[in-house]
Each structure stands twice: as C-alpha cells, then as structure tokens.
Design a protein around this ligand. Structure first.
Ligand SMILES: *[C@@H]1O[C@H](CO)[C@@H](O)[C@H](O)[C@H]1NC(C)=O
Ligand SMILES: *[C@@H]1O[C@H](CO)[C@@H](O)[C@H](O)[C@H]1NC(C)=O
Ligand SMILES: *[C@@H]1O[C@H](CO)[C@@H](O)[C@H](O)[C@H]1NC(C)=O
Length: 361
C-alpha cells in the first residue's frame, strides 16, 4: 500500500498533469493537503515578514543540532502546526456624525473569512494587526474601540441597537508601528461561520475638552491608510500526536547497489507546475525507496517479522509468493509556505513528505 502510494506520488512528479487519471490523483493529493483544489492565486498578497522569519527558523532548524518542534510556534510561544494570515474583507462605513458619535474619524467593519480552517483545528492564537501608514497624523492621539458583532440588525435601526460586545477600548498615539490585539477566544468561536459576523473598529480623535469641539479634519482621510490583517496559529491534534516509539538499528556497512535502500530524489515544485502557489521552498529532497529484498532478510533491511516469514515462504514457493517490497519505513514532514484557495498566506508542515529510511515489508 505504502509502496503504491509512494509510487503514485512519484508518477505525478515525473509526468506533468496531462492524463485525466493523473489529474484525479493530483486532486486527491490536494484534498489530503487540506486544499479544495490546486490554488491559483489571483492577487496574492505579500508574505508577512514574520512568516518568512518562522519559515526560515524551521528550515534552519533541520540543519542545526536541534530538530525543530513542528507543533510549537516559538515566535508566539504557543502550540500550533498551521499559521495563516487572513486579509480583511470588511468595508468602510461612512462616518456620519450624530449625537452618539459626534466626531467619529473612522468606522470600519472588519471581516476575516476563516472558514478554511479544518474542524479539528484548535485556535491557539488569533492576533489582529492594525497599521497606519501615513505621516499627516504622526504623533496624534486617538481613541480606539473594537467591537465584536454578535447579531446583525436591520438597516436604519440605529447603531446603538446593533448587538455588539466591546473587546478593546484604548487611547493610542499614531506612530509608525503596528498595534496588535489578542483575539484568540473570538477566533475560536468564529470557527462556527454563523458566529463570524466580524468586528467593528471605531476611531475618534482624542477628546480635548468636549467631543463636539474637536474639528472634523483632525482625522480626515485616516481610513485610506489603514491596513488590517489577522494572523492565526492553529493546532491540528491529528497532525501533532506524540511521536511514535523509535526503533533503533545498528548500522552495518552494507552497500550492494541493488539492495533495498533510500535513493535521492529532489522534487522541484516548478517541474510539477506548483510554482504559482508554493512560495517556499522551491523544492525539497523527497527521496524514494528502491531495491531488492533478497533472501535471507538481514536486520539491515529493517524487515518486519511478516516480511521475514514471507521471504521464507517465497524461498519454498517462489512462483506463488513474491518477495517483500522495499518501502519507506520512516518519513518526515516538510514545512511549506503557500497561498491557499482564498489567497491567504499559510505556513504549515505536511507529514510524510520525505523518505528518511527504507525497509522490506
Ligand atoms: C468564505 O470562504 C468560503 C470559501 O471560499 C466561501 O464559500 C464563503 O462564502 C465565504 N464566506 C463569506 C461570508 O464570504
Ligand atoms: C490571549 O488570550 C487568550 C485567551 O483569552 C489567553 O489564554 C492568552 O494567554 C492571551 N495571549 C497573550 C499573548 O496575551
Ligand atoms: C534501517 O533503519 C536504519 C536506522 O533505523 C537506517 O539507518 C537504515 O538506512 C535503514 N535501512 C534501509 C535499507 O533504509
């Protein structure tokens, strides 16, 4: 079974998707990667620098003495195996000064479509980033309120009737840096799409004296320079089971070239037409297993008890019973930075991407 799977993957690699049968295989492979189909980014956003940093840490770690823990994100000090950055899809609400909000600078709905998260994923971090990129208001002081929308109200019912919960209320000074808000709990509950009605962000000029006296142009056009995004870290418990019991074998110098062993195979993503959606790495050492599993099976071939018996039976009835197969016995994950089907930037590791060791099974 493993052999077949390994080879169907290789098959996909060497012959670029033409045959419909192959295309079906590729689609199945994407499903197993948690993608609905092959992503084709339309307007891919830039990769946030923090993701590059974590990705490089993960890649560097495999060279360094310590193997990186792929189920813990050191950068944020939380457990997790998938990091995503969602762009904001909310719209601006034109500020209309009224009795409740005399000098509202900005009112914006924030909406992050996190529906791509799989059911078993648990949100361990939800971090909203707010960044203003303009100079005009540099150093000015504002008041900020962030609400979670709990229930939609009909148009014209008035803002005060909107069912919403205050998450953050604070004063800030506009500087060239981002503001971060902890929305972990909110994101976890947004996994039910019916509960994800988004947020409302309100920004007022800091009231010096009475609000009414603050001139409107204190905040004119501040919204044009607002950038918001949501970074999430999730833990997929199915991916992050405690590592299996390790078997150890003594390494004996055995180098017959036709004997079952690991062979080098570098997969270049460009060669399989994946360069548009896989941001990094460009390729990786996937390897494969190939070779004979002759009689008698020695320990070096990492044969299972079953394989040893099958070899014995084969030696008696070579016509009916084949020799065991040379298959992966240990595989390792690979970290990938890519665009998903909604153009979100995602960093996650995929299990069983590379062959580490082979054996006769
Ligand atoms: C969220 O994204 C999913 C998948 O692309 C889509 O089916 C769904 O309609 C989106 N939801 C909203 C509210 O935009
Ligand atoms: C964020 O909020 C969650 C739940 O409210 C809490 O457990 C966690 O410690 C907070 N994280 C940070 C970095 O403050
Ligand atoms: C068998 O396992 C050992 C260590 O577990 C490994 O070094 C060796 O390469 C494996 N044998 C083959 C044929 O891959």
């Amino acid at each position: 079974m493993l052999w077949l799977r390994a080879w169907s993957f290789l098959y996909v690699i060497v012959t670029v998707t033409l045959d419909p049968e192959l295309k079906k295989h590729e689609e199945m492979f994407f499903k197993s990667l948690g993608l609905s189909s092959k992503p084709s980014p339309v307007s891919p956003p830039p990769v946030p620098s923090v993701l590059w940093k974590i990705f490089n840490q993960m890649m560097g770690g495999s060279v360094a003495k310590k193997k990186p823990d792929l189920c813990f994100v050191e950068e944020f000090n939380v457990p997790g195996s998938v990091i995503r950055v969602f762009p904001d899809q909310g719209t601006f609400i034109l500020p209309v000064p009224d009795n409740f909000h005399p000098t509202l600078c900005l009112e914006k709905r924030l909406f992050f479509n996190i529906s791509v998260m799989e059911r078993e994923e648990r949100v361990t971090l939800g971090q909203l980033e707010l960044r203003f990129s303009q100079n005009t208001y540099y150093g000015k002081v504002f008041d900020l309120r962030l609400y979670r929308i709990l229930q939609m109200t009909l148009k014209g019912m008035g803002k005060n009737k909107m069912s919403r919960k205050l998450l953050v209320a604070q004063t800030f000074r506009l500087l060239h840096k981002s503001f971060y808000f902890n929305l972990t709990e909110t994101c976890q509950s947004w996994k039910d799409p019916l509960k994800n009605l988004g947020l409302v962000l309100e920004i007022y000029p800091k009231n010096q004296g009475s609000w009414k006296s603050a001139p409107m142009n204190d905040c004119k056009e501040i919204q044009t320079f607002l950038f918001t995004s949501l970074l999430t870290v999730t833990l997929n418990p199915l991916q992050c089971k405690k590592s299996r019991r390790k078997r150890s074998y003594s390494q004996i110098g055995f180098t017959a070239s036709n004997i079952c062993k690991k062979r080098r195979l570098y997969v270049e993503f460009k060669d399989v037409g994946w360069q548009n959606w896989v941001i990094a790495p460009r390729g990786y050492m996937a390897n494969y297993c190939y070779g004979e599993c002759p009689y008698p099976l020695t320990e070096i071939l990492n044969g299972s008890n079953h394989a040893i018996l099958q070899t014995l039976v084969h030696s008696i009835e070579p016509e009916d019973i084949p020799l065991p197969c040379c298959v992966p016995t240990k595989m390792s994950p690979v970290s990938m930075l890519f665009y998903d089907n909604n153009d979100n930037v995602v960093l996650r590791h995929y299990e069983n991407m590379a062959v580490d060791e082979c054996g006769c099974r």
